[in-house]
Design a protein around this ligand. Structure first.
Ligand code: A2P
Length: 276
């Protein structure tokens, strides 16, 4: 299958726009899933300390035969590890579990505003990416506009990327506009709305008309509006289906129709009130 398009982050690091997510995949199940994804052609895998599958993900990558430098690996720091020193210790633990020499992208998993540690933890990551060759780029996840503004005001660099919940029934228009203004790439988690959004009649009608599946239509929408996107599946045929999206295009009307499905349907926690 064709390769994923590439997005270049502000620090010049290149990330495949379509990646593979493994949230809610057990450590054991992550091995065949990541193995299949790499076979199909995915070259970007997204994990986190919280997912408790970094060992499996690392094992599948090492065993795949795909050169390490050809796979983009993201992992994340959980808020319980926030703080200047614990962030660095946390990073070492992520790497140890992955058993890889470096990660491509390291993210603060949630702002956890009640803990009020995300600014100093971001500064620890700024130091880490400057000093340590074992991390190529840093970013955040689940940051709302107010959290990004605070980093802009109080720290030296902005995140390369913000990974947020984003799917047809939660299109995050305001946050995407802020990202554009600040030069932050948008990455979508639960991009299929955990499969709920695939049942929307608008999506089904477009899928039928273009002769593709609802999941392919939604992934195509993400790619065309410029999102980095990480659908999750443990079903081999779906892992393949979700990567088979580079040989068709949605029209502007179809893109607009999908944007019109936004009803603010948040499936995960509200980052302004979640402390991990
Ligand atoms: P499964 O893992 O059993 O294949 P999201 O990435 O938005 O969180 O969505 C993940 C959910 O969507 C999982 O339940 C996954 O099921 C399902 N899913 C993934 N790909 C497809 C697909 N192509 N068609 C239907 N459901 C899918």
């Amino acid at each position: 299958m064709a390769d994923s398009p590439i997005t270049t982050l502000t620090n010049g690091v290149q990330i495949p726009q379509l990646g593979f997510g493994v949230w809610r995949v057990s450590n054991e199940a992550s091995i065949p899933a990541v193995t299949k994804a790499l076979e199909v052609g995915y070259r970007h895998i997204d994990t986190a300390a919280l997912y408790r599958n970094e060992e499996g993900v690392g094992e599948a990558i090492r065993a795949s035969g795909v050169p390490r430098e050809d796979v983009f690996v993201t992992t994340k720091l959980w808020p319980s590890d926030f703080g200047r020193e614990s962030a660095v210790d946390g990073f070492q633990s992520n790497l140890k579990r992955l058993d890889l020499e470096y990660v491509d992208l390291f993210l603060l998993h949630w702002p956890a505003p009640g803990r009020d540690l995300y600014v100093e933890t971001w500064q620890a990551l700024e130091q880490l990416v400057a000093d340590d060759e074992r991390v190529r780029a840093i970013g955040v996840s689940n940051f709302a506009v107010e959290h990004l503004r605070r980093l802009a005001d109080e720290t030296d660099t902005l995140p390369a990327l913000n990974q947020i919940e984003l799917h047809p029934t939660l299109t995050q228009r305001e946050l995407r506009a802020t990202h554009r203004e600040l030069g932050i790439a948008t990455e979508a988690w639960s991009p299929l709305g955990q499969s709920e959004d695939l049942r929307k009649p608008t999506i089904r009608a477009i899928a039928e008309r273009v002769g593709r599946t609802p999941a392919q239509v939604v992934i195509r929408w993400h790619l065309q509006i410029g999102n980095i996107v990480i659908p999750k599946s443990t079903t081999p045929s779906r892992i393949e289906e979700n990567f088979d999206v580079f040989d068709f295009e949605l029209s502007d009307e179809d893109i607009d129709a999908i944007e019109g499905l936004d009803v603010g349907n948040r499936l995960g926690p509200d980052p302004r009130h979640f402390d991990g």
